[in-house]
Each structure stands twice: as structure tokens, then as C-alpha cells.
Write a protein that binds this ligand. Structure first.
Ligand SMILES: Cc1cc2nc3c(=O)[nH]c(=O)nc-3n(C[C@H](O)[C@H](O)[C@H](O)COP(=O)(O)OP(=O)(O)OC[C@H]3O[C@@H](n4cnc5c(N)ncnc54)[C@H](O)[C@@H]3O)c2cc1C
Length: 363
């Protein structure tokens, strides 16, 4: 039996991978814990757009995970149940500065071995006629697609339950102890070979209280919104300077996202709604035609070096960490699950992937 703390996208993907590899799995989470990152996610699977200078290891991890996502595109039932789209991403420039910035981006990803295409304003409007005509040009990232994270989570919960996963929920879990393959917490004992800590930004709290380990990690609050339109506006994901838009089935549009240092605040404030609406209005002036559906708040878990933590604790190899996925947790979930499952099954890990081990913090 393997026990996973946290049933966000990372915990669920790991559970699925372990079950497929013949392991028994117990998943533990909290009742009514507000602000999980997965529910706020827009679900972009766009490694080329997310690529940043000096982040080669992270970029390679994103590319490896994207390869796994692309295999899911062959599974019709997965697509139907999760809203996985086989679309692409358009990064739009509306002025000279943004044009410079996308030219820089093009050169940068070319150095990484990928060749996105610059489209003129006319070419861009031809493929996305509902875009505001004030644009200058765009950069077309083929197959940088997206998935509906809400549907994905629902699908994975159903799938892992079908494969025999057991879910347990608690009001609170303050501290756990783990020795001789037994976990103790809240007057409960669970036999378990290993523990996986996949509690997103709350992983630190659990690790600190239970095992006196504290990572240099902080929450970064994000708000996203959901709208509906009368007719379908876009085919591709649209990326502007400060917002991005993901077209979903049935004319829904997911729009993301704010990034604010507000600690563990987990409610939506009016300035966050204003920021998103104001940016949207700049690019889609007919804002009055958008039907507001919902807002979502999520706390991204961010390590001091911006990379996730995936691997065993030095203190106890049977405690495996899988958190700190910042802006990329949906994209990185499949490769995270593969690494964790390889560790559990004692398979050799590709050396490039050991870069993300907790040992880099020497805790
Ligand atoms: C607004 C926004 C937009 C985003 N857009 C994208 C995107 O387009 N593409 C992308 O790849 N990523 C995106 N992300 C990032 C992505 O959502 C996260 O990286 C990912 O969801 C992290 O998943 P997780 O399972 O680690 O954490 P979470 O989803 O936060 O889940 C953690 C779970 O742990 C549980 N938990 C907490 N404490 C305990 C405890 N003590 N015991 C047991 N369980 C506990 C929580 O209740 C929760 O269910 C976005 C994030 C935000 C906020």
C-alpha cells in the first residue's frame, strides 16, 4: 500500500500511475480546504510559451511531460471526458514593444530547437476572425494545447476509484508519524510502504510539523475566470501580454490569471476581478456580450528556484515529495507521476530528472 497525501492533479496522476503499475493506493485529503491550485487552473499545456531563459531543466521536464500528454490525444474516451483539446496557441502582439517581445521569444525557442511561425495581422485574423483588429502580428505555437482541469480532476477521481483507490477525508491533519511501514495521525493507523506528499503549497506545513523539514516555498495567489459566449469565438488558445484565454466546449472561455503575493489568502478580491476584466476589455472590446459564469482562486506552490520538488527525502527515502509545480502543474502532472512511480518501483531514474530531487536544498 502506498499512501498519497493530497488529491490535487499531482496526487491523482501519481495514484493513477501507481495503480496501473499494480500498487494499492490510499489517498488522503482535507474536507473544505479552500484555494487548491488545480481548481483555479486554466489547463494550458504550452511548454514553448512557458519556456524562460536559464530554465533548461524545467523546459526539458515540460517537454517530456508534453510528450505524455500528446499520447492521451489518441484516447477518444479520455478526450471526451476531460475536454483535452488538440488545438494550438497564438501569442498576440498589439504594439511595437510586444512585437519585439515575440520576436525575441521566437529566437529564444529556436535556440531550444523549436520553430514557431510569425503570422501577420491579416494571417492571424484569418485563423481567428473574432480577435480585435488592433493587433500587429502573432506567434503561432503549433500543438501547445489545453485541457479542462475541472473535468480532468473529476475523470481521474472516477478512474482511480474504479481501479481500487481508497479516499479518506479529514477536517484537519496536524502531524503524522511514519515508522516501520506504519503511518499514525488523528488516532488512525495505516500500513503503508511509502508516503507521497502531494499537498501543493500546504506540503511544507505537513512536512515541518511531522518530519521537521521545511522547504523554501511560498504561495503565489492566482485568480481565473469563466465566461460564456453566444457563439464560438476562438479555436486556438490566445495569449496576450497579461492574460490568456482558453476556449472550452459549449462556448465557454477560461481566462487567466492574476499573480499576487498575498500569502494564504484564499478569497477573490474585487481588484483581481477588475484586473482580469480590464485586460480582457482591452483585447475583446465587446465585453458586454460575455456572460460571467464564475471566478476561481488557487494558491500556486513556488520554490525559491522556481522548480518543483520531485523525489525522496534524504532523511527517509520512503517519504516522496511531489509539489512546487508553480504555473505548470497540469502540464507537469504526467511526468511527475512517472518519476514518482519509478522511485516507488525502484526503477532507475534518468539522471536529468534527478535535478528535481529535494536533495538540492540539502535538508
Ligand atoms: C489561476 C491559476 C492558473 C493556472 N494555470 C495553469 C495552466 O494553465 N497550466 C498548468 O500547467 N498549470 C497551471 N496552474 C498551476 C497548476 O494549477 C498547479 O501547478 C497544480 O494544480 C498543482 O497541483 P497540486 O496537486 O500540486 O496542488 P493542489 O491542486 O493545490 O492540491 C493540493 C491538495 O492537497 C490537499 N491538502 C492540503 N493539505 C493537506 C494535508 N495536510 N493532508 C492531505 N491533503 C492536503 C489540498 O486540499 C488539495 O486538494 C495554474 C494555477 C493557478 C492558481
Amino acid at each position: 500500500m502506498i499512501t498519497i497525501f493530497g488529491s490535487g492533479i499531482i496526487g491523482l496522476f501519481i495514484a493513477r500511475k501507481l495503480l496501473l503499475n499494480g500498487k494499492k493506493v490510499k489517498i488522503i485529503d482535507l474536507d473544505n480546504n479552500r484555494g487548491n491550485s488545480t481548481d483555479a487552473s486554466v489547463g494550458m499545456l504550452a511548454p514553448l510559451i512557458e519556456a524562460r531563459p536559464y530554465e533548461n531543466n524545467l523546459f526539458n521536464l515540460m517537454i517530456e511531460s508534453k510528450k505524455i500528454w500528446d499520447k492521451f490525444l489518441k484516447n477518444k474516451s479520455f478526450i471526451k471526458n476531460t475536454g483535452l483539446k488538440n488545438n494550438s496557441s497564438l501569442m498576440i502582439a498589439t504594439n511595437k514593444d510586444e512585437e519585439e517581445s515575440i520576436l525575441f521569444k521566437k529566437k529564444f525557442v529556436e535556440k531550444l530547437g523549436f520553430f514557431p511561425e510569425i503570422l501577420s495581422a491579416k494571417q492571424t485574423i484569418k485563423i481567428e476572425p473574432h480577435l480585435n483588429s488592433n493587433l500587429k502580428c502573432s506567434l503561432f505555437f503549433k500543438k501547445n494545447n489545453q485541457i479542462n482541469a475541472h473535468l480532468l480532476k473529476r475523470y481521474l477521481i472516477k478512474d482511480v476509484k474504479k481501479m481500487g483507490a481508497d479516499f479518506l477525508f479529514f477536517d484537519q491533519i496536524n502531524k503524522i508519524s511514519f515508522s516501520s511501514q506504519e503511518i499514525r495521525f488523528n488516532n488512525k493507523k495505516i500500513s503503508s510502504e511509502k508516503i507521497i506528499v502531494a499537498c501543493g503549497v500546504w506540503s511544507n506545513e505537513l512536512l515541518k510539523k511531522s518530519f521537521k523539514v521545511l522547504f523554501p516555498m511560498r504561495p503565489l495567489k492566482g485568480v481565473s475566470m469563466l465566461f460564456k459566449t453566444k457563439k464560438r469565438l476562438f479555436i486556438n488558445n490566445i495569449w496576450y501580454r497579461n492574460i490568456y484565454i482558453a476556449p472550452r466546449d459549449n462556448n465557454f472561455l477560461a481566462v487567466g490569471a492574476t499573480e499576487d503575493e498575498k500569502g494564504f489568502e484564499s478569497f477573490v478580491t474585487l481588484d483581481e476581478i477588475f484586473t482580469l476584466c480590464n485586460s480582457l476589455w482591452e483585447y475583446l472590446p465587446e465585453i458586454e456580450k460575455l456572460q460571467f459564469i464564475n471566478t476561481f482562486v488557487g494558491l500556486r506552490s513556488v520554490l525559491s528556484d522556481g522548480n518543483p520538488v520531485i523525489g525522496s527525502l534524504k532523511k527517509n527515502n520512503d517519504i516522496i515529495c511531489a509539489f512546487g509545480h508553480f504555473r505548470h502543474g497540469i502540464l507537469l502532472a504526467p511526468i511527475t507521476a512517472k518519476i514518482v512511480s519509478d522511485i516507488v518501483l525502484d526503477y532507475k531514474i534518468n539522471e536529468n530528472l534527478t535535478f528535481f530531487s529535494p536533495n538540492r536544498f540539502n535538508l
